[in-house]
Design a protein around this ligand. Structure first.
Ligand SMILES: Cc1ncc(COP(=O)(O)O)c(C=O)c1O
Length: 378
């Protein structure tokens, strides 16, 4: 299907003519996702519980997520969000004073999870970025044989800095016998990944941003050959080999990544995430990535030509799905643009303009016309 036809599947564009640049915060609603939610409400109203159907969809979501990431089904855990997946992994480790290395490009939640492991004996070492950039060398200097984890995001939530070579990061970790953990929240759905080629040990992501499935579901990949070594402290019946054995006396972790699951899932979000991942796979992540990179380059060139304080990378190598610029009042500007039917995402000192398959160059030009009108451009 052509991208223009896919765009029509979003009421926000087909009915409301909104210009949406905020998928980095929350992806827009599509018709298939809306239908799944309506069916859920109807079923709930007419039948009450519908567990057989819900569990079937739960497992279908696992399969779809596996295909999206290039993993196998038994390497996927369905969790509530990035934080809970990461915390489950973090509590599986025996630290004994070993070091967790992460940069300040990470979303704060990642820092919180690792800092809380200090109680379990972890030492946390934060590598600082310069002008929102981290070089592989800077990480390489800090990761050593006493490192247990290197934990980085593929895309920085604030500046949009994007690692172009994930394999280079996993290589640094593996050379020192450490795990490599990737927070893919700002990338999954718009930037392609094959976890095997990237040699990632653990990937955590969310369905609420570029996957456009709404909040409530996190997807976690754990490499098959490390699963058996990991016993999370956060566990429960959904993480057991036989969840329906109802044996209160025995802790019997699932033999797969399912061991990182805990209790009853957020059913509506399972149903919406499934539909949205199917939609994304149908469009094709490689196709989305190439379009999004074109758009980000176009916006960056325009921004620089107008003398904007561009926070996102100026070199193509580290460009991702976000164009970000500094502004004295990001939230105020967000509200003014919202009044004009354009949605951007304020974050700290930055205004983030993020792209998905449905965005166009004409929309970027419209944004710049409005910025000029609002005296944001020189
Ligand atoms: C890179 C990144 N990681 C994690 C999160 C949030 O994680 P969670 O799904 O736990 O809310 C965000 C939210 O903006 C993010 O941008």
């Amino acid at each position: 299907m052509e991208l223009e036809d896919m765009r029509k599947l979003f009421p926000m564009f087909s009915k409301r003519q909104v210009v949406y640049f905020a998928s980095c915060s929350y992806g827009p609603l599509s018709e298939p996702v809306k239908r799944a939610l309506l069916k859920y409400m109807n079923d709930w109203e007419s039948k009450g519980m519908n567990w057989d159907f819900w569990m079937e969809k739960y497992e279908e979501l696992r399969s779809e997520a596996a295909k999206l990431l290039g993993a196998s089904r038994d390497e996927i855990a369905i969790v509530s969000n990035v934080t809970s997946g990461l915390a489950a992994f973090a509590t599986s480790l025996e630290y004994n004073g070993k070091k967790v290395v992460l940069s300040d490009l990470n979303f704060p939640t990642v820092g919180h999870v690792w800092l809380s492991q200090q109680r379990l004996g972890a030492k946390v070492s934060i590598v600082y970025s310069e002008s929102w950039k981290i070089s592989i060398d800077a990480l390489e200097k800090v990761v050593d044989d006493n490192t247990i984890v290197l934990s980085e995001p593929r895309v920085c939530y604030q500046s949009g800095f994007t690692y172009s070579n994930i394999r280079a990061l996993s290589k640094i970790a593996h050379e020192h016998g450490a795990y490599f953990v990737l927070d893919d929240a700002q990338a999954t759905g718009v930037l392609d990944i094959d976890v095997k080629k990237a040699d990632v040990d653990v990937l955590v992501t969310t369905t609420l941003k570029y996957l456009m499935g709404g909040a409530g579901v996190g997807i976690m990949y754990v490499r098959k050959d490390i699963v058996d070594d990991l016993s999370p402290l956060t566990t429960g019946w959904f993480g057991q080999e036989e969840p329906f054995a109802f044996d209160i006396h025995k802790l019997d972790y699932a033999r797969s990544a399912r061991r990182f699951e805990t209790g009853s899932p957020a059913v509506p979000s399972i149903l919406t995430s499934l539909e949205s991942i199917k939609l994304i796979r149908n469009i094709g992540v490689k196709r989305i990535e190439s379009r999004v990179k074109d758009l980000v380059k176009y916006a960056t060139d325009l921004g620089l030509s107008h003398g904007m304080k561009v926070l996102s990378p100026k070199d193509e190598e580290n460009m991702g799905p976000i164009f970000a610029f500094e502004h004295e009042d990001p939230h105020g500007l967000y509200e003014m643009l919202l009044d004009r039917g354009i949605v951007v995402s304020p974050r700290g000192p930055a205004v983030r303009v993020s792209f998905h398959f449905f965005n166009t160059k004409e929309e970027i030009e419209l944004l710049f016309d409005n910025l000029r009108d609002l005296n944001v451009l020189r």
